[in-house]
Design a protein around this ligand. Sequence first.
Ligand SMILES: NC(=O)c1ccc[n+]([C@@H]2O[C@H](COP(=O)([O-])OP(=O)(O)OC[C@H]3O[C@@H](n4cnc5c(N)ncnc54)[C@H](O)[C@@H]3O)[C@@H](O)[C@H]2O)c1
Length: 354
Amino acid sequence: MTEFTIATIPGDGVGREVMPESIRVLDALAPRHDASFRYTGFDWSTEYYLQHGCMMPPGGIEQLRGFDALLLGAVGHPDVPDHITLNGLLLPIRRAFDQYACVRPAKLYAGVASPLRDKAPGSIDMVVVRENTEGEYAQVGGFVYHHMPQEVAVQTAVFTRHGVERIIRYAFDLARKRNGKKRVASITKSNAQGFGMVLWDRTFAEVRREYPDIETESLLIDAAAMNFIRRPESFDVVVGSNLFGDILSDISAMIVGSMGLAPSANIDPTRRFPSLFEPVHGSAPDIAGKGIVNPLAMILSAGQMLEFLGLEQAAAELESAVAEVLAEGKALPKDLGGTVSTSAVTDAVLAKVA
Ligand SMILES: NC(=O)c1ccc[n+]([C@@H]2O[C@H](COP(=O)([O-])OP(=O)(O)OC[C@H]3O[C@@H](n4cnc5c(N)ncnc54)[C@H](O)[C@@H]3O)[C@@H](O)[C@H]2O)c1
């Protein structure tokens, strides 16, 4: 029996509701795969910030370092600006643990209606690979004449050859591993962002020569946004910068039915540090506390964690259970047109797992 240590950070809003649901599923699957999970909970959240003036305590990163993996619900609260909650918790974790690959699959499951017309189950099946440690989220810049009428803000995007090359290579390796359409689309805006994104395009052109078995295309972000709607079936692996990956993965989540179905993994592929698994969605204050949040994005994120920890069979069983629940359509949450509560959706997944 292998025991894995997992740090859980439920965070804010619906994050607190979906975290326990994913743990129920993990604990149901683990014993059948000769594994167990030992969880340590961290109450770092906006509530913690309002009490202590910081999202996590000094040395918080060190507290997480020794875990096998990290599970996070969501952070964000209407009373606190989002840049404080994001920069105080999630972004430092991603950077400190060099989780440079943010992997966001989007699949149209049977039983789920796409807002796009006439899309067959399985026809949309893509992964957005987002660069996760630099680019537009590097937090380089500052204010001059802060809070004065002539205030100036400078924000710099940072693209390093090292950072760009490794995320592009990750995307190609993933396309090979998926062994599906074997395509990688690279997204930039190099016509207007004439330095960092030109470096990206050049790097993509070089790396792709090493993968002659993979078809490629380079798209500008505006064309990519259009083509996610116009021809989503054509995409397999899509690689983009921190900002573009963030935006595109919200589009990919919506065209396969709901934010409530979109999982995400923040991975350090070198495994020097723990990787973090979280749904794409935020704390959803509009539905928090009502017991109606869809737990499947969090549950599928836990599935990505299983796969990363080497429990591939357990991950496959988890995804099949979710797919069966969706296909049957008897236990759908509100965002998918159903009436079933959060915990009842998980109950349905657990019944399939069993
Ligand atoms: N990784 C994160 O922690 C993360 C990501 C995105 C946003 N946020 C934060 O979350 C807060 C709310 O942001 P937002 O409203 O723009 O995005 P959101 O993802 O929280 O919600 C967007 C919409 O989708 C719905 N939704 C999201 N997840 C759902 C689910 N699992 N089931 C059913 N419906 C779901 C919400 O009800 C809402 O109408 C903000 O403070 C934002 O900064 C955090």
